[in-house]
Write a protein that binds this ligand. Structure first.
Ligand SMILES: [Fe+2]
Ligand SMILES: [Fe+2]
Length: 174
C-alpha cells in the first residue's frame, strides 16, 4: 500500500474533513438509529457504524471526483447500506443466509424511519452484487458496492494481521 492509499484509509476512519459529508451524516444520525450500530462488531475491530461511515466516506470521495449529481442520495444509501440492526455473528434460525438477505432487511429498517429516493434504495438493495444477482442500476450504487468491498477487505486484513501478530507475540516469535 502506498502513502496516498494509507492516508485515504486513515482519513476514512479517523476524521472527515468535509462539512458537506458531515452534514449528511448528522442528518442520518438525527433521523435514524444508525449510531446504535456502534454496539455491533463487524469485521474484527471495526463496529458496524464505523464500517458504514467508512464505506460512505470512501464513496463520497470517489463521487466528488466525478461530480456525481446524485451525491446526497447515494451517500444516504451508503450510510444505511448495512442497517440490518443485529449482530450477524450470533447464529439465528430467522436470519439464515445473512449475506444475501441483509440488504433487504437494511432497506426495510431504513424505510421505517426515512423516505428514501429510488437511488438511495438501489444503493442499499444492490450493494452485495454479485452475491445478490441483480446489478446496481445507478453509477453511485456501483461505487458504493465497490467501496464496501474495499473497506471490508481492509477490515478483514487488519483483523487477520492483528491476530497473527498477537499469536507470534504470545509465543515469543517477535
Ligand atoms: Fe452489507
Ligand atoms: Fe458493508
Amino acid at each position: 500500500m502506498n502513502n496516498n492509499q494509507q492516508m485515504l484509509l486513515n482519513e476514512v476512519y479517523m476524521y472527515h474533513e468535509s462539512q458537506e459529508f458531515n452534514n449528511i451524516l448528522n442528518f442520518i444520525n438525527e433521523k435514524t438509529a444508525l449510531e446504535s450500530c456502534k454496539k455491533y462488531s463487524h469485521h474484527g475491530h471495526t463496529n458496524l457504524y464505523e464500517h458504514s461511515v467508512a464505506v460512505a466516506y470512501l464513496s463520497y470521495k470517489i463521487l466528488k471526483r466525478v461530480n456525481d449529481k446524485n451525491l446526497d442520495e447515494v451517500i444516504i444509501g451508503a450510510l444505511l447500506h448495512d442497517y440490518f440492526l443485529y449482530d450477524w455473528h450470533i447464529p439465528d434460525d430467522n436470519r439464515k443466509l445473512h449475506g444475501i438477505n441483509h440488504p433487504i432487511t437494511a432497506l426495510e429498517n431504513a424505510k421505517k424511519e426515512l423516505a428514501l429516493s429510488d437511488i438511495s434504495q438501489d444503493v442499499i438493495k444492490k450493494h452485495m452484487f454479485p452475491l445478490t444477482l441483480t446489478p446496481p442500476k445507478y453509477f453511485g450504487s456501483w461505487v458504493v458496492s465497490l467501496s464496501d468491498k474495499i473497506i471490508a477487505t481492509q477490515e478483514i486484513y487488519d483483523n487477520f494481521s492483528f491476530k497473527i501478530k498477537h499469536y507470534m507475540k504470545e509465543r515469543s516469535f517477535i
